[in-house]
Design a protein around this ligand. Sequence first.
Ligand code: NAD
Length: 504
Amino acid sequence: MNKLIDDFLTPGTNRGIYYGGMFQKPSHDGVIEVLNPATAHVFTTVPDATAIDVQAAVTAARCAFDDWSELDPLDRSRHLHAFADILRANMSSLALLESTITGRSIREMNAQMARIPEWLEYFASIAIGLEGESNVVKGGYVTMTHYEPLGPVALLTPWNHPILILVKKLAAALAAGNTCVIKPSELAPVSSLVLAALATEAGLPDGVVNVVTGGPGTGAALCAADDIHYIDLTGGTATGRKVASLAGERLIRTTMELGGKTPIIVCEDADIEGAIAGTLFSAFVASGQTCVSGARFLVHDKIYDRFVAGIAARAEQITIGDPMDEATQMGPVISQKSKDRCMSMIAQAKADGAKMVAGAGSLGLSDPFSNGFYVRPTVFKDVEPHHELFLEEVFGPVISITRFSDDDEAMEMANTGTFGLGVSIWSRDIARAHRLSLKVRGGVVWLNDHHRNDPRSVWGGVRDSGFGKENGWDALRAYLTKKSVIVRTAAGHDDWFKGSSRYG
Ligand code: NAD
């Protein structure tokens, strides 16, 4: 096992923040406790970085920027491939670390980790193929464009997929020639520190990848730092509004990957067993804590009872327990606050008159997991469009099911509210499914599947779910600006003011 990861898997390891190619002692002793959500025990601490620490990390990123941005894309690409190799070589221990801190089951983390290096390989590869244009234009000119990176950029990440979401952003930012300062979520900050140190181990120059840990205050200090020229945030909509306002004041560009309330539309002509299996996965993988978790189920009248009975039965059978046990299918939610939110929304759904068809009963967990932040997979049927559970993001394993009788009604209910992120549509009639995909509000629509993600598959929301894109060429271009160079090829020179000057 890699010594560094081994070290961070040891409870209580706190090596400081990371900038300039090494762990650094922060400016004061304040720390944030990081809990293991499966037991509620403190696993470790990380520094609660101040504005002074943030400035030091930004300065390191600024110092590294000129050399990194001037590297030929081919040479940057070699660095990113080396980084991908080191992640691939350490996949299982990174999965272990991620499971310990997020409570996500080891089965899930092993599956997710296996694909993470692909983001680095993809952006390393496409950046080589990014070519400017040139045009011969009217009047004797050639215009050409060059892509230029933006400078040091801020990457603010959430806790639900700490490594995946970070690598999506980091790969595009670095391939484009930017240097980065990362501010991971205070609830799951450790793997970002480890990744930065692994980037150095892979040979990336010092200062190219830097990490400051802390809460919203640390994030705000980073967004306000003079030398930050782009902010890429994945987080809640409320955070998005604050960060985008600050970026607006500063006139710097942003990407906002925010919250959602994902509609799942199950038509009467769907493969019902396939739809139950697929939508169960949509709702309960990651304990329902993804921005595109299946949440607002809309099920056609004709199959409503059969579908509800099927998904409720399957939800009851999900194995909950120790995230490190290969047999565990679902771990806890991230925190007591998240658990409380789930419980409060369950209570409100009951009070609103929706019917709970899965999720009652005890968790039946023994020590040390009896103290963990576990919530049973919970299914409510007969939820109405004005109910809280229909409208608000839970970010936990609690779903709502509502019936519809025709496609117009399904669309009206799917498009209720202000989010627009993930959607999935389940139908054997591909023309119908495609027709619905054109009408539904969302940034990522799956037909007869859910959660599938790939470096080439563009990702991002609309309205209160944010703006800007991850993945694909759009993500790479977001981290670049185009410079236009106009060359005169016409013979001689012009003299517009000829004769107007007293010397003329
Ligand atoms: P959050 O908004 O609480 O935090 C996200 C990050 O922003 C953290 O690093 C946090 O410390 C930082 N932050 C918070 N306030 C800040 C401020 N004022 N200034 C600067 N930084 C600040 O989100 P979370 O609880 O970590 O994540 C859950 C949310 O993320 C959910 O709403 C979920 O839908 C969303 N999410 C969206 C996507 C997507 O791709 N659209 C993916 C995953 C999660």
